[in-house]
Design a protein around this ligand. Structure first.
Ligand SMILES: [Zn+2]
Length: 487
């Protein structure tokens, strides 16, 4: 504990931001999400999750306590839980009635109504074979909780909406020989009666879809960045460690800290799992502090998921219309890394390649970046058109205003939530430019932007790459292609 505090203070001091170790404030739950109206729960603002699970022979046992603030009077309240059998519920230590409703509602009736503004704890005991979409089981007996937009409710009762961020403690009990990796900082491991107990403490608010537990026969490698920030890399059964990729992490974090503002968390790392074996596992997700990758990672894929630690994790969606505030930025961050590391000419390679793609794909412009529509919350347009938009914005307002906006965004919404329209306002404010037309054409339209907004500044005259040239820049090392859906 003492070491952790010293490291946090040292990191903050090195980064010159003393206020960083201030306690986080959890955000409030919203009402119905426009895309997932059943997600989240009115009147419930979860402040902290204390999730305890056991995993053995394909069966999960759970004993989870949530600390909640009532934002309305609650004669009863809802949480989200998919499948699993609930055996008992307490509210502040007293047995409570409960029932299941709809696809994933757990409705709890306390012995006495909870008054508006009160803080209370509810303990839920549950178990069974997980059936939710976010729980993946390996042939070797291991398991992984991973999925966006939904995964949390497959292994713990949650207020499953990104607007309700909370601190998160995980206790995972597994048979000896297995390792459980979670978010946040590891606490001492305990063993008893053939079981090993792993505990992880995430003390910054985290959105539910960014929480994870990975249970495997991990090889764990620990080291430190030059500034002392701890790094932890976990490689699942059958995955070879990648020390050369690990070595890129401090460089990526240093670059992004310069461009976006201080790294938001006190540690960094990655989890690599053999996702193909379990089937239907996302290629990579930016699980907080420690993104999870299928198969392995390299510097460019790391740069995307590490950029999410700022965009999506520190500053999270207001609702699922806001995918761009995570994916547009993380995808563009790949280019920022390539520009810094490999001297990539973003105008004449990246942007020219995207112009070519826009000619070859008749649907390229057809999706709005803000509010793309239900089922399109992580549409490929957020990555392709979205990263193009940010490069055009940078050329429109200049580097000082562009990166100044990103830093203000991170500072103003620390540990919080914001929407893409909030970003539009901030960019206009910081740059002093009227960007209404720019964002109308790029983010709220389904057609190609006018030339003034498509080719501002040094992009004037940039032409699409020839169709037979698939180069994405000089100096880029030969690395595996990403074929499965990006997250
Ligand atoms: Zn992403």
């Amino acid at each position: 504990m003492r070491n952790k505090i010293i490291v946090a203070a040292t990191t903050a001091a090195l980064l010159g931001v003393a206020t960083w170790i201030a306690l986080p404030s959890a955000s409030a739950s919203t009402v119905a999400d426009p895309y997932f109206p059943d997600d989240g729960n009115p009147g419930v603002d979860v402040l902290h999750y204390d999730v305890a699970i056991g995993w053995d022979k394909g069966v999960l046992s759970g004993d989870t306590t949530l600390t909640i603030k009532a934002t309305a009077k609650l004669p009863e309240f809802h949480l989200d839980l998919s499948g699993l059998t609930v055996s008992a519920v307490d509210v502040d230590g007293r047995a409570a009635k409960f029932r299941r409703e709809g696809a994933h509602e757990l409705v709890i009736t306390p012995a006495k109504a909870i008054v508006k503004g009160a803080q209370f704890k509810t303990r839920i005991r549950y178990g069974g074979k997980p059936t939710g979409e976010g729980w993946h089981v390996y042939p070797n007996g291991g398991a992984l909780a991973l999925g966006e937009p939904h995964s949390a409710t497959s292994w713990y009762p949650a207020d499953d909406h990104p607007s309700d961020k909370a601190t998160f403690h995980l206790t995972a009990t597994v048979p000896d020989g297995w390792t459980a990796i979670g978010n946040g900082e590891p606490e001492p491991v305990r063993t008893a009666k053939g079981k090993t107990v792993f505990r992880w403490n995430e003390d910054r608010p985290v959105a539910t879809y960014l929480t994870t537990v990975a249970i495997d026969k991990f090889t764990v490698r620990r080291s430190k960045m030059p500034d002392g920030t701890p790094m932890l890399f976990a490689y699942g059964d059958g995955i070879d460690p990648r020390p050369e990729s690990e070595a890129a992490v401090p460089k990526i974090i240093k670059l992004f800290s310069k461009l976006f503002g201080p790294y938001p968390f006190a540690s960094v790392g990655a989890i690599a799992v053999n996702g193909v074996e379990a089937g239907n596992v996302p290629q990579a997700i930016e699980t907080q502090r420690r993104p999870t990758f299928q198969g392995g990672f390299f510097d460019v894929s790391l740069s995307h998921e590490l950029a999410h630690q700022w965009f999506g994790n520190n500053v999270s969606f207001t609702d699922w219309r806001d995918g761009c505030i995570a994916e547009c930025f993380a995808q563009y961050a790949n280019q920022l890394w390539e520009e810094a590391e490999y001297d990539s000419d973003l105008d004449n390679f990246f942007y020219a390649a995207m112009l070519r793609q826009s000619l070859d794909d008749p649907d390229f412009w057809s999706v709005r970046l803000y509010d793309p529509g239900p089922g399109r919350e992580l549409h490929p347009a957020l990555y392709d058109k979205g990263s193009m938009m940010l490069h055009a914005l940078r050329r429109m307002v200049g580097d000082d205003a562009f990166f100044g906006t990103l830093k203000r965004w991170q500072r103003d919404h620390r540990d919080g939530n914001a929407s893409f329209p909030d970003f539009e306002k901030l960019a206009a404010q910081v740059s002093g430019k009227n960007l209404t037309g720019f964002f109308a054409e790029w983010a709220h339209s389904t057609t190609e932007p006018s030339d003034a907004n498509l080719r501002p500044g040094s992009l004037a005259g940039v032409q699409p790459l020839p169709s037979d040239d698939d180069s994405d820049g000089p100096g880029r090392p030969d690395e595996p292609e990403i074929k499965t859906p990006r997250k």
